[in-house]
Design a protein around this ligand. Sequence first.
Ligand code: IYR
Length: 223
Amino acid sequence: MNEAKFIKYIPQVNFDENEMNERSSDFLDFIRKRRTIREFSDKPVHYQIIENAVKSAGSAPSGANQQPWHFVVVRDLKTKNEIRIAAEKEEKEFYENRAPAEWLNALSDLGTDQFKSFLEIAPYLIVIFEKKYGLDDNNNKVKYYYTKESVGIACGILITALHFSGLATLTHTPSPMNFLNSILNRPANEKPYLIIVTGLPKKHTKVPLITKKSFDSICTIVK
Ligand code: IYR
């Protein structure tokens, strides 16, 4: 059995209660301004912003600290075009044949369709892969734990970091997404999890008039 090693934990922040209240309320105002957009500007975005956001995501907690994620940042237009073509093929099938009426009805307020020009127009696609298992130096499988939960948390931090930097995002999930393994040359232990499309919004773009559930309906307090 390996001996776990510990170092002293130094709290990075030490706010008084008023400051904490104010910060939590400021954060709430800020995060509520996040909206998923579907029309992007083609204006370039400085690469370092994307790298910093991915590094933020990579700081996420994960099952047994196994960090079961891989991020592919795509700026190359030819690759974005290949992804668009493959995604639109799946989406056409989804909207025309695969999606049951109930699903299409659930999407009706969002104004989505099979056309995904944002995959080419937005300056960056960040494709997140979930590592279902690891590989050791001899290429033997290493079991990974809670990979879905871990990658979900990392994606939440990624979206928050991009929003904090002033960029807009779209969480895109063409289904199935396995074409991303071949286009992006990723190994079989990695399963595409999400595409985060990011950049600046197209001028005057609109977002659907939707609301979030009330606090009382999403939370129960046990006193
Ligand atoms: N993947 C399709 C459909 C879609 C599904 C859900 I659930 C959404 O919240 C939005 C879209 C598409 O991208 O159009």
